[in-house]
Design a protein around this ligand. Structure first.
Ligand SMILES: O=C(CO)COP(=O)(O)O
Length: 129
C-alpha cells in the first residue's frame, strides 16, 4: 500500500493537446501522483513527461473508460481529470456517460477542463497546512 495520491487522466482526441499541456505545467506536482490513464492518452502523457508514473489501461473505446470506472467503484482514485470533447460524437458515448456518472455517484472530484483541473491539483497536491 502507498499513500500517494491516485489520479485518472483521460482526454478525447481533440482535447489531448490541452491535457498534455496541463500535465506538463503541473509536472512537478504530478510526479508525486500515481496516474491511471486510458491507452492513447497515457501514451501521449508518458512521451511528453517521461518522469510521470502512469499505468495505461485499454483505449477508451475498447473499455478503458470502464476500467477507470471500476477503480472509482473500488474507492481507488482521489480524482478524475477527464477532458471531454463536447463537439464530437463518440462511438463509446455510453462509456463516457457511465464514467462521469460513477464519479458523481461516488462523489469523486472530477474536472472536465483545465480551469477545474487546476483547482483539483492545487487542492489535493498542495493542501493548506
Ligand atoms: O476515449 C477516451 C475517453 O472516452 C480516451 O481514450 P484514449 O485515451 O485511448 O484515446
Amino acid at each position: 500500500m502507498t499513500d500517494r495520491l491516485k489520479f485518472a487522466l483521460v482526454a478525447h482526441d481533440a482535447c489531448k493537446p490541452a491535457l498534455v499541456d496541463w500535465a506538463t505545467k503541473h509536472a512537478s506536482l504530478l510526479e508525486g501522483v500515481d496516474i491511471y490513464a486510458t491507452g492513447t492518452t497515457g501514451g501521449k502523457l508518458q512521451d511528453s513527461n517521461p518522469k510521470l508514473n502512469i499505468h495505461r489501461f485499454k483505449s477508451g473505446p475498447l473499455g478503458g473508460d470502464q476500467q477507470i470506472g471500476a477503480l472509482i467503484c473500488e474507492g481507488k482514485l482521489d480524482a478524475l481529470i477527464f477532458f471531454i470533447d463536447p463537439l464530437s460524437p463518440m462511438p463509446h458515448d455510453v462509456d463516457v456517460k457511465a464514467l462521469t456518472r460513477l464519479a458523481i455517484v461516488y462523489d469523486l472530484p472530477m474536472a472536465s477542463s483545465p480551469a477545474t483541473a487546476n483547482f483539483i491539483v492545487q487542492a489535493l497536491c498542495n493542501p493548506p497546512a
